[in-house]
Design a binder for this molecule. Structure first.
Ligand SMILES: NC(=O)c1ccc[n+]([C@@H]2O[C@H](COP(=O)([O-])OP(=O)(O)OC[C@H]3O[C@@H](n4cnc5c(N)ncnc54)[C@H](O)[C@@H]3O)[C@@H](O)[C@H]2O)c1
Length: 353
């Protein structure tokens, strides 16, 4: 059994900084040994100082992490186009991998990568952090215990507070790939079933520039699951009241709902009515606990030699669903996930577990 886990982290951007801080604050038995970041400037040097790390712990070359025999786990938080390459390098060098979502946006490359992971025998976990949000996880557990009987309907509301810059939109892979990716995974997780078919509608209701960049900013997807349940996901790039993240599972014996939590429990009573505090602004504030919980789970899987979930297969399936949704929107028809999968000769998801 591994006693001490030495970690190398690649990519010190928005989410990399969150994981780096959590690694140094929350896990006494884990050492963040090295960080690779191509763009090293004064703010990055200052940041690693706040982690208690020194300049020698920072490199521009991820290969140094792969070559370090003392490092047994790699956290990949660099941009999506680097994920497959870094996963492959890491597992070939006997390192377990936690990789941010999405695994990749290119299906053949994902398939190749998952083959390499399987051959290596190393563990791969994908950062679908929302599964580790305490409210959503508890809901999942209660559904699993049969508290609401057989699930019939799954409703997910997932709305960002503000659209990302147009430059980001242009390379994001589109709303279904970039934003709904978390919701495809959440829907599968809560239904405990694969999605069989998706029917997606989308529109540009917030910013015409998003349309000019070839994307949509508002969408609805209707889902049919293999187990017969149905689902609905609604997305917006702009909810003026904050990051709106709600979930409902309705079943034969009742209903479970996870609502937005306000920033404080404060309520203001006036003659106009009763007002609660605002909800968290965006994902970094809303999902704080999930980022710690997912890493704790990953390290426990390494220590206990268990296979983590969500794994590479979950990363692949989310991408297949995103592709099906995009085609559904473009061709104005329901699309089965098997239609996309068969184009890549994927007939059994369990081959990728
Ligand atoms: N789970 C979540 O909630 C969540 C939230 C945000 C982003 N993400 C995902 O995390 C990844 C990073 O997103 P971000 O928002 O932090 O992006 P970012 O652009 O802020 O950070 C990416 C960092 O990786 C670095 N980088 C790129 N190529 C590199 C290389 N070859 N070697 C070393 N460093 C390299 C960049 O310089 C940058 O600092 C994306 O895949 C994104 O989808 C997940």
């Amino acid at each position: 059994m591994i006693q001490k886990i030495n970690v190398g982290l690649i990519g010190l951007g928005r989410i990399g900084k969150v994981h780096a801080q959590n690694l140094t604050r929350e896990f006494p038995d884990v050492l963040l040994k090295a960080i690779a970041e191509i763009k090293i400037d004064e703010t990055i040097k200052e940041f690693i100082g706040t982690l208690g790390m020194v300049r020698q712990d920072l490199t521009q070359d991820p290969q140094e992490i792969f070559d370090d025999p003392k490092i047994n786990a790699v956290i990949i938080t660099s941009s999506t186009d680097t994920h497959s390459r870094f996963i492959q390098e890491a597992v070939k060098n006997n390192k377990h991998v936690f990789c941010e979502k999405p695994l990749d946006v290119d299906i053949p490359r994902i398939v190749d990568t998952l083959k390499v992971v399987k051959q290596s025998g190393m563990k791969l976990m994908i950062g679908f952090n929302r599964r580790f949000d305490p409210n959503f996880r508890k809901l999942h557990e209660l559904v699993g215990k049969g508290q609401i009987g057989t699930p019939h309907l799954i409703k997910i509301t997932s709305r960002d507070p503000t659209p990302p810059p147009i430059e980001y939109i242009k390379v994001s892979g589109g709303l279904f790939m970039d934003m709904t990716i978390h919701d495809w995974d959440m829907a599968r997780f809560q239904a405990n079933s694969e999605i069989e078919e998706v029917y997606a509608k989308g529109g540009v209701l917030i910013d015409p520039e998003i349309g000019k960049a070839g994307d949509i900013d508002t969408a609805v997807a209707v889902l049919k699951f293999v187990n017969g349940a149905m689902g609905i996901i609604d997305n917006s790039r702009q909810a003026i009241y904050g990051y709106d993240q709600r979930l409902e599972v309705f079943g034969s014996n009742g209903c479970l709902m996870a609502e937005n939590e306000a920033n404080t429990t404060l309520r203001t009573f006036t003659k106009e009515g009763i007002r609660s505090d605002a909800i968290p602004y965006f994902f970094l504030e809303r999902y704080t606990r999930s980022y710690v919980n997912e890493l704790r789970y990953f390290f426990n899987c390494i220590k206990k030699n268990e296979d983590p979930k969500p794994n590479g297969m979950d990363g692949l399936v989310a991408i297949l669903i995103a592709r099906a949704a995009q085609r559904s929107y473009e061709e104005n028809r329901p699309v089965k996930i098997s239609e996309i999968a068969s184009e890549y000769y994927i007939d059994n998801f369990s081959n990728f577990s």
